[in-house]
Structures are given as C-alpha cells and as structure tokens.
Design a protein around this ligand. Structure first.
Ligand code: SAH
Length: 805
C-alpha cells in the first residue's frame, strides 16, 4: 500500500512530516509513505504581516484542495495553523504525541526569564496573542512585527539587533534550533504565557471517508494529546478563532483533572482576558466551550468598575457626595474596620456587602486576597465600591489595589476621602497648621518595624527631631513612648505639646493632651488604645478655643432609632446636631394596602365633610391614590382637615393644604374631645389610616355621624438590618433606645429576642407617649423616660434633660 503524505515545503513542515512518516512507518512496516510537497499562499506571500493577507487557512488551502482531488491521502499541518472550521468532507484524525507546547523567547541577552529582559527592550512577534501577553507581563517592552520562517526570523533578530523574538518551542526543537550558541532560549510557561490552541500538535487532515488512513493514525495516537487537542480546539472553534484575533489555549493534565487556560480578546487588542476552568478529562470538549463562553462574555459585555473611595475619618457626614452617590448604586461594597458602618444603610438592600477588616478574634483578609476579590468582582461586571477609612491613599494601600486592577484590565476610579490626619485633628479642635506657630506638617507612620530600644530604627529620628512643623503619627499608640523619647533625644523641646486623639470624629472620640515628657503616662492612665492619632506641635494648644465636637450636649451618647427608615431622618438629624450618635435600627416598614378601596374613596371625596390624617404615611399614601385617580389637592374642596401631630400637619402643608384642626396632644382622646363639637349627625368622616390603628377614635365618632375608615397602609416588621444592637447592648454601649409607637416596641423585642429583655434594659428606654409606654411595660421593658409632648422633639427634649442630670 502506498500513502501520499502532503506537506508544505518549508524546512519545518518537511522536518515534522518526516518525523511523522518515520513514526508511522515504524508502526506499519508494510505500508509505503511518500512525501508530496505542495506550496501554499502563506508560503508565497512573505512580505506582509499575516493578519493583513486576510485569508483563513492561509497555510492549508492548497493542501486541502490536493486532498479533496485525491492527489494526496493525508495532509500534515501544524495544528496551530488550522482554522477552526475545515472544508466540507475533510476531518482531522486523532493526533500523534504532542511536542513542547510552549512559546520561547530567543534573545542575545544571557537571561533565564522574561522579567530579566532589559527595560525598554525591543522584541519582535507578529502574533496578536503574543503581543497581548507580552504587553501585560512587560508593559515597558517595545514590540515590533516580524514574518518569515524560523531561520529568517532568527537572522532578522541578529541583523536588526533585536532584544528578542518569540517563537513556538516545538518548531525549533523539530529543526534542532532550540538551543544555539548564537542566542539564549527562555521558555515561557504555558500557564502564564498561553500558547496558541494545540500548539506543538501535528494536525493530520484526511478525507472524511478515508477509513484506512484514520486507522493507521489511531495506532500511533496519544491519549493525553487527544484530550488536550479536544479541549483547546473546542475553545478555538467556539470563539471562531483565526489569526486575526488574540486567542490562546492550553490544557494542563494532572492525572484525573485537567485545567484549561484560555485567552481571548478583541481584534484591536484593546480588551484581552484570560480565564481558566477545571474538570475531568472526559469533559475536555465541553470545558473548551464553557471557557470560551466565559471569555467571550468577559470581553464583550460591559465591564464592571471599581471605585476606590475614602469613607472619611469617622463622622458619617464626612463621606463625599461622590462616594455616597456610588454607594447607593453599587452592586458590591467592600469595606474595612475604620469605615463607619452606618453607611451601609445607604447601600442597596440587595447589594453584596463584604467586610475585609479585622474583627475581634478574626484576622483581616490579606491584602492580596482583597486585591483579588476586587479584580474578580470587577471582572464579573459589577459596580464595586471599595470603602476605606479616611483617604484611600493615606497609609491605606489603595495604590496596591489600583495597580492590581490596572493589571487585570478592570477600570477603576479613586474617590479621595477626608483623611483622619486632617479631619480627625479638626474634630479634636486642632488645626493642622496655624499662622501663629507652624508652616508645615508631616505625616508619619508610627508602625515601626523595630520596636526595640537597640538604636535600630526605620525612621530618621535625627531629622524628625528637628522638624518645626506639626507632626502627625498614624498607627503609633503602641510606640508612643519611643516616639516621644526619640524626638526629645534628637533635639525637640521636651515641653512640646502633644495630643493623642482616639477615634476622632466619632461618638467615641477621646482626646488627651500633655507634652513630650508627660503624654505617655497620661495616655496610659486614660487607657488610650488604637486607632489614635498622635499630634506633636504647638497647634495642640489651639484646642482650648477650637474644640467644637466633644462639647456638644449629647456627645458620646449612643441612641438607637427604631422607626422606619423613611421616617427616621428627622430624629437622626436632631440627634446628630446635638452631638449624639444615632444608630438606625428600623423595626418597621410601611407598605400601602387596599389601594382599590382607597381609590374609591378618593373618587367620591365630595360626600365627606371631614377627613382625619393620623400620620405622615397616611398623607403620603392618600396623595399616591389621588395621583392614581388623576386628581390633586383641589379634590379636597371645603373638606375640614384634621391632622394628628406636627409631622402630619407639615406633610399636608408641603402639599398645599392647611390643616383646620391639630389637637394639642397627640392621643385619640384629645382628638375625639376636640372634634366632637365640630360634628353633627349630617357630617361624614373619612379616616384613611393604618391597619394597625386603634379602634377607639372610629367608635367614638361613629356615635355622632357615619365614619368611613379606610385602611390604606400597614406597618410590618423590617427584617433588613445593618447593625447588631444586641452586641452593643451586651457591651453596655447603648445609652438610649427610642420607641415612637407600640409597634416599634413589639418588633424591636421580636427582633432582639424576648430572651434578651435584660440586655435591652441596660439602656434607658425613651417612649413617645402613654400607649407606647404601656406596650413597653407589657413586654418587660422598663420605661425610663416618657416624652412630655408626644413628638420627636418631645422625646429629644426629654433625652437632653436626662443626659444633663
Ligand atoms: N487611610 C486612613 C489611615 C489608615 S492607617 C486615613 O486617611 O485616615 C490607620 C491609622 O489611621 C490608625 O491606626 C490611626 O492612627 C489613624 N486613624 C484613622 N482614623 C482615625 C480616627 N477616626 N481617629 C484616630 N485615628 C485614626
């Protein structure tokens, strides 16, 4: 039997075909294999870059024609030259064992790794895949195009004094030029410099119906190579790969598991991604498809974005407008220890919140892992807010995060924050500069590598000792004694004022002052721990007049607000204004109900003579109904309007309605006694109100005239929480818990757990009025304070009075 083996005429093509013929001849001594050389277009056009010639199957077409016409029986190619789709009637046989799959760098420099190439080196390669990877690994390298066979390229490297060329190891090995005295050879690992799919594998193309040749090949095939070829080719096929786009794949085989690495990018190289996938060898083809899909999506779908933002130094009001804007939109929020957790209230309720800081007993996530997390979320297409304490670049390792994002091609922006260096000092009443005393400031890490008093130190103390400006040490409380000693030893006045500011701009702020000689004992006495700022300089004395924060009446008081998120803003604002710390723990939320019934009442509003609004929610839901019915405030006509509470009155005013009657006290009894004289038997009253309201008012008024109650909304339990009040109660950190209705009491106890009543009672309970107090008592809560006026302001007045006792 005579088999005609077609091949291109290049040295490489002939050498590798001869290799295969030898292997086949050995396995099949009875068969005669004859080499037939055929020229292809790729061989003829040598002067243009490959991707400009613009033909798929540049090196294969003529061989395929010869196969189809019967001129040859098998065509041998480098698998990496094979387009993803073969012409009708042709198939690939199983492959012979793979040669080295790697790319190698040939270089005149005596080096062993890509990293060691000189800075700004000039390297030649024409492949988009190689260009993309080279640019990523060595952005400084200048890349130039190159064409021609192996010999030509090596010659060009020498003639043009290039610093390197990249080629496939397999071809070089086959023609015996992998090692040469004229250059050094640096192998590029397949997993970090991904080769072309099936690089190093010979492709044997046959007519689909040629069973004989298929059987001859089956005998010499290699099982691992089959798996690799199947995974890598399936990846290529799924992406419709050609030499016009950057595409690479490598399948690593480890006994029962394979890992497929893929690279894919846009034709212009502007976006290139690498991904990997693991699975069983039997899954090879499927894994190729899956990986292709992941790469395709990563390249073509909208990429995510990471914002590296500063959260300010503590006071939630110090978050920038820009950071807050992103916070409300982010899919993922990654934050650490120094960030005020109350921010999380502004995140979307479905946002993924990831804490990466240190927490009692738990180690912080390692920096590399944080970087990887940000990259991963960004690559998943997410909008990520990375919130750090203070400013992200002030001892915040934000730079490292940004660099990794850059390397991974994930877009990012930086939102600067108010650093504790500036903001923390301000809240302690210390201006970082002042015309009277300093003309510079210096920010130093006090986290010293060497804490030992052996003279070794990583700070230049002789220089620091001579500084005239304000010096702020971060992360330095542990080394306070050494810091003061060194400064004095190196010439600073021992009486130089020093302040230590603990948790600046938070309700836990504590400031101690002294001088370089005394401060250590003073801070130790006061048990000041991290996080604290150490401020050295005359500006510390300015605190006497400039302190504004830790003197407010409710300073240092932690107050839980249990109202619904929508309703709590007024209370939170007032507490904050007075220097208190409002901890929002909403226990209720409002949902509209019976919309159709409400709309019915709105449509026939004319039949009523009186309307009673008992809450802001009642007003809002009613106006929603008006809007649905295409109406506005004019629909009220001469209707007599009663509003219960200041808030309700104002909600009406905001919509252009002046309430006719606002009872002095905000309880049902007061309402009834005020309203009864205004009603006759011909009156008709509408009360759009909560499902949870007391029956009392309706019952009493019905004794005089018809009363229609429409239950327009309902108060249900809010189950979303961003703080853990029980932990704070157990730590005795909470000063007051405020209850604005019996429902808030009920749900608060449900949420905390009735078993924890004792913990709840460690704080002072503030009730808005008798109904609420009654509920407290019923559930075992001691009512310490009841407001005199049953309003938010009334509650605050009561708290103020209590706190000044
Ligand atoms: N990026 C942060 C600093 C991070 S380093 C910034 O710009 O503020 C951490 C150190 O910052 C802490 O050890 C402490 O020295 C200081 N620090 C941060 N916030 C602080 C605060 N509210 N009060 C006191 N020190 C604070």
């Amino acid at each position: 039997m005579n088999i005609k083996v077609g091949t291109r005429g290049s040295t490489l093509a002939r050498t590798q075909s001869q290799w295969l013929i030898d292997v086949l001849a050995k396995a099949h001594p009875q068969v005669n294999f004859e080499m037939v050389i055929i020229k292809t277009k790729g061989d003829l056009v040598q002067d243009k870059p490959l991707d400009k010639i613009g033909d798929k199957g540049l090196f294969t077409k003529e061989l395929e024609d010869a196969l189809l016409s019967g001129e040859i029986d098998m065509a041998i190619h480098s698998m990496k030259d094979m387009p993803s789709k073969l012409p009708e009637g042709l198939v690939l046989t199983v492959p012979p064992v793979r040669e080295d799959a790697r790319d190698v760098l040939l270089t005149p420099h005596r080096i062993t790794a890509l990293d060691e190439l000189p800075k700004g080196a000039v390297v030649a390669t024409g492949s988009k895949r190689r260009i993309a990877q080279l640019q990523k690994l060595r952005p400084d390298v200048e890349i130039v195009g190159i064409r021609g066979n192996i010999d030509t390229r090596i010659r060009k490297m020498q003639e043009q004094q290039l610093d390197g060329i990249i080629l496939a190891a397999a071809g070089l090995k086959r023609i015996g030029r992998l090692e040469d005295s004229a250059y050094y050879t640096v192998a590029l690992p397949e997993t970090t410099f991904i080769p072309a799919p099936a690089q190093g594998i010979l492709a044997v193309e046959v007519r689909e119906d040629n069973q004989t040749v298929k059987e001859l090949m089956a005998v010499i095939s290699d099982p691992n190579t089959i798996v690799q070829m199947s995974a890598e080719r399936s990846f290529l096929n799924a992406l419709n790969g050609s030499c016009h786009i950057p595409v690479g794949a490598f399948c690593e085989i480890e006994s029962a598991e394979i890992t497929l690495y893929g690279l894919y990018g846009l034709e212009d190289g502007s976006r290139v991604v690498t991904r990997s996938i693991k699975g069983a060898p039997e899954e090879a083809e499927n894994l190729g498809k899956q990986l292709a899909k992941a790469c395709y999506q990563a390249v073509h779908e909208k990429p995510g974005k990471v914002y590296l933002a500063g959260g300010g130094c503590g006071d939630p009001g110090l978050l920038t407008v820009k950071a807050k804007d992103i916070l409300t939109k982010a899919d993922v929020v990654v934050y650490d220890a120094l960030v005020n957790e109350s921010f999380l209230n502004d995140a979307r309720t479905d946002a993924e919140i990831i804490y990466v800081g240190k927490r009692a007993g738990n180690h912080a996530m390692r920096q590399e892992d944080i970087n990887a997390l940000l990259v991963q979320k960004g690559q998943e297409g997410k909008l990520v807010l990375r919130l750090k304490g203070g400013d992200p670049y002030v001892f915040g390792r934000g730079g490292e995060e940004g660099e990794d994002l850059y390397d991974a091609g994930v877009p990012f922006e930086v939102i600067p924050g108010i650093t504790s260096v500036i903001g923390g000092l301000a809240y302690a009443g210390i201006p970082i500069t002042h015309r009277d005393c300093v003309s510079s400031f210096h920010v130093i890490t006090g986290h010293l590598k060497s804490n030992a008093y052996d003279g070794s130190s990583d700070l230049d103390w002789p220089v620091l000792g001579k500084l005239k400006g304000t010096i702020v040490f971060l992360m330095g409380v542990k080394n306070l004694e050494k810091i003061c000693d060194e400064l004095v030893k190196n010439g600073m006045n021992p009486e130089m004022p020093v302040a230590v500011v603990h948790r600046a701009s938070t309700p836990y702020q504590r400031v101690v002052t002294g001088n370089l000689t005394t401060i250590y004992d003073i801070a130790a006495e006061a048990k000041i721990t991290a996080p604290s700022l150490i401020v050295v300089g005359e500006v510390v004395n300015k605190r006497q007049k400039l302190r504004f924060f830790d003197e407010k009446p409710l300073f240092g008081k932690n107050i839980i607000v249990t109202r619904s998120r929508e309703q709590s803003s007024q209370m939170v604002e007032k507490i904050t204004e007075l220097g208190g710390n409002a901890i929002e723990f909403p226990t209720i939320k409002i949902v509209p109900i019976n919309e159709a019934a409400c709309d019915e009442k709105v449509k026939c509003l004319k039949v009523y003579s009186h309307i009673i609004f008992t809450s802001i929610n009642g007003v809002e839901v009613f106006f929603d109904s008006l809007a649905r019915c295409g109406k506005d405030a004019r629909a009220f006509g001469n209707l007599h309007i009663t509003a219960i509470g200041e808030g309700t009155k104002n909600a009406l005013l905001a919509r252009g309605l002046q309430a006719d009657f606002v009872p002095d006290k905000y309880v049902g009894e007061e309402l009834v006694s005020g309203l009864v004289p205004l009603l006759t038997k011909d009156s008709r009253v509408l009360i759009p109100r909560s499902k949870n309201a007391r029956i009392y008012v309706v019952e009493e008024l019905s004794k005089i005239c018809p009363v229609d109650e429409v239950q327009s909304y309902e108060t249900i339990r809010e189950d979303h929480a961003t703080v853990d009040p029980l932990a704070m109660l157990n730590n005795k950190e909470i000063d007051y818990i405020t209850f604005t209705s019996s429902t808030t009491v009920e749900f608060f106890v449900e949420k905390i757990g009735a078993a924890h009543i004792d913990a709840i009672n460690t704080a002072k309970c503030v009730s808005i009025g008798p109904q609420t107090s009654k509920k407290c008592v019923e559930l075992g809560i001691t009512v310490d304070i009841e407001a005199e006026t049953y309003t938010i302001q009334g509650m605050l007045d009561a708290i103020l009075k209590d706190s000044q006792k």
